[in-house]
Design a protein around this ligand. Sequence first.
Ligand code: GLN
Length: 242
Amino acid sequence: MKNELSIVIGYLYGDLMNIYGDTGNIIALKKRAEWRGIEVSVKNISIKDSLKPRQVDLYFFGGGQDQSQNLVAKDLKSKGNVIKQEVDRGVPLLSICGGYQLLAQYYKPHEGPKLKGIGLFQAYTEAGSNRMIGNIVVESMFGKLVGFENHSGKTYLKPEAKPLGKVIKGFGNNGEDHTEGCIYKNAIGCYMHGSLLPKNPYLADWLIKKALETKYGKEVELEPLDNTLELQAQQKTIQRFG
Ligand code: GLN
């Protein structure tokens, strides 16, 4: 079945920032949209590619090691303003771990200077001495979310920043204050690799809905899908770890 709707997913630095299955998020978004007859194209946006407003309807930015973050942080300076403007007009965005860190104020690695972020999220990250690794379960406005985290960076939210959710199991932003991630307008930063979206279909659909609503300027109701398998995978993780 086909309808007239289409979206462009902008994959930020997918060649450099993609670990623990992050690309699975793009696949889940694409499939869930296509199953509803929504046409999807994926635009890879990496170092030296130009980025203009209204080229992308939904952004994704995955995680990566410090070395990749270093390269990406330099290039992001030229794209930061467009990304912020687009989020301000409602374009949804999902970022994970290293991507999330670079969209906030700064990331201070173990060695070397601070990497300046674009300041979309009012938060900052400093490398800690312990790795925060394992399965994570979070209570959020999307219900329970499950994922896999692996980071040493500790992210602290400024008072004006809103967390994505509360950690039930795992470490989240910093392993101290039980917050996980950050949400600003329709942009989300979090520590949940996994892949995240195949096991958390309500979050995937929220991103698609926001992309369509922002693009077409009207409310959109997505056709329901059979989420039996997706929710089984989610429930299993909650039962085992939550
Ligand atoms: N450098 C980051 C950290 O360890 C990012 C790691 C990641 O993206 N998984 O905190």
